[in-house]
Write a protein that binds this ligand. Structure first.
Ligand code: GLC
Length: 372
């Protein structure tokens, strides 16, 4: 994980110079001297100093790199609340899942949610109260086990197809979500939108994300916000991502499924993917070189832009052979950790699953690859 000592030492040296300046200021005002407020202001710019001190971030809780370390190793509770309705894709959340995830050693749960399927189509686009209560429950199940909860907005297909006509609704949904959880623990993170794509172009996405941040910040000035890249969450869309410079309480997310033909072999929703069946991931030089190249690129972007990275989805479909899946999962997660990224496996108990819901047990070889 990222070494915070550099930042801390910068903070400390800033503190030392300010302290020295304050000492000098008080020394120049010897005993018996009448302090002249105007002089003090002119000599030391006390207000400026105080403002400088206020800017120094001593609280690790609001350092997004620190928050990203806490996000750590996560898992997506996929195919449940982002399905058209819960259960439709074979996964209904059960209290026991949260417990076994915590016991397995994960630090966080990403909860994909299809808000757009549970809200009115007309203003004020009210979110279904029963659905909202179900999300309350999922958040509570997560937070009460000392795990960080990430809630997102998943499969908002109309927004991808007709961004202009859906924008008002998109922002109204976030307005309601943000208001509802304004007093919730700081361990609840908001992720604005899963995999912006199609007509929600990188340019439009930059506009929409800024407006969504504005809506969220009205009620949640210090909530950690996660923002993904356009073009299906692709890492190469990082170059096009524009974030508000002055809002540092942000983690950037990308999804990692490379090589796509290997991770998505035989995936029924990807045309022709049966042609990829039997592709292996050996972990030889050419295999690891590809991953290394990608993660290095990610790391450079993160350093240059001073933004932490969350690999919010990574995983392999069950049709790939298990040995290859284990090798890929182990390599990608360990290398991500070494570069200071947090990650969340896609996903818990469905087609990419690491847990077998029918058998009520983990696939331990895959789990050990995630959490050695
Ligand atoms: C994206 C999709 C999800 C899919 C996953 C893997 O998150 O939204 O439905 O299962 O990628 O392809």
């Amino acid at each position: 994980m990222r070494d915070l000592s550099v930042k801390r030492s910068v903070d400390l040296s800033a503190l030392w110079s300010i302290t020295a300046l304050l000492l000098l200021t008080s020394a120049s005002c010897g005993a018996g001297d009448q302090p002249n407020p105007r002089d003090v202001e002119n000599i030391s710019g006390i207000d400026n100093l105080i403002a400088e001190i206020a800017k120094i971030d001593f609280d690790p809780d609001i350092d997004p790199f620190h928050q990203n370390m806490r996000l750590g190793r996560g898992i997506n509770l996929g195919n449940a609340l982002e399905a058209p309705y819960e259960g439709k894709w074979g996964v209904s959340l059960d209290e026991s899942y949260f417990q076994i995830i915590a016991e397995a050693g994960f630090n966080s749960i990403r909860i994909p949610i299809r808000w757009s399927g549970h809200a009115k189509m007309e203003p004020p686009y009210e979110i279904d109260p029963d659905f909202f209560s179900r999300i309350d429950w999922a958040i509570e199940q997560t937070l009460s086990r000392n795990l960080i909860a990430v809630i997102n907005m998943h499969h908002y297909e109309d927004l991808m197809e007709q961004p202009q006509s859906q924008k008002e609704r998109f922002l109204a949904l976030w307005d309601q979500i943000a208001a509802r959880y304004r007093y919730e623990s700081v361990d609840l993170f908001f992720e604005i939108l899963n995999e912006p794509t199609l007509n929600l172009t990188p340019e439009l996405w930059n506009e929409y994300l800024e407006e969504a941040i504005g809506v969220i910040r009205k009620t949640n000035p210090s909530r950690l916000i996660i923002i993904g890249t356009a073009l299906w969450g692709e890492m190469f869309a990082l170059e096009e991502l524009i974030l508000p410079e002055d809002d540092r309480n942000i983690i950037v997310t990308i999804h990692y499924y490379r090589p796509f033909a290997f991770t998505h072999q035989g995936a029924e929703w990807i045309p022709w993917s049966h042609l990829w069946l039997n592709l292996e991931w050996i972990g030889d030089q050419s295999d690891v070189q590809e991953v290394d190249y990608d993660l290095k690129h990610l790391q450079s972007w993160s350093v240059e832009n001073n933004r932490p990275i969350f690999v919010g989805e990574l995983g392999t479909y069950y049709r790939a052979d298990i040995r290859s899946r284990i090798r890929w999962t182990e390599y990608v997660t360990r290398q991500s950790e070494q570069k200071g990224f947090s990650w969340a496996y896609w996903e818990f108990g469905a087609g990419f699953g690491v847990y077998d819901i029918a058998r009520a047990d983990w696939n331990y070889s895959l789990l050990n690859a995630l959490i050695p």
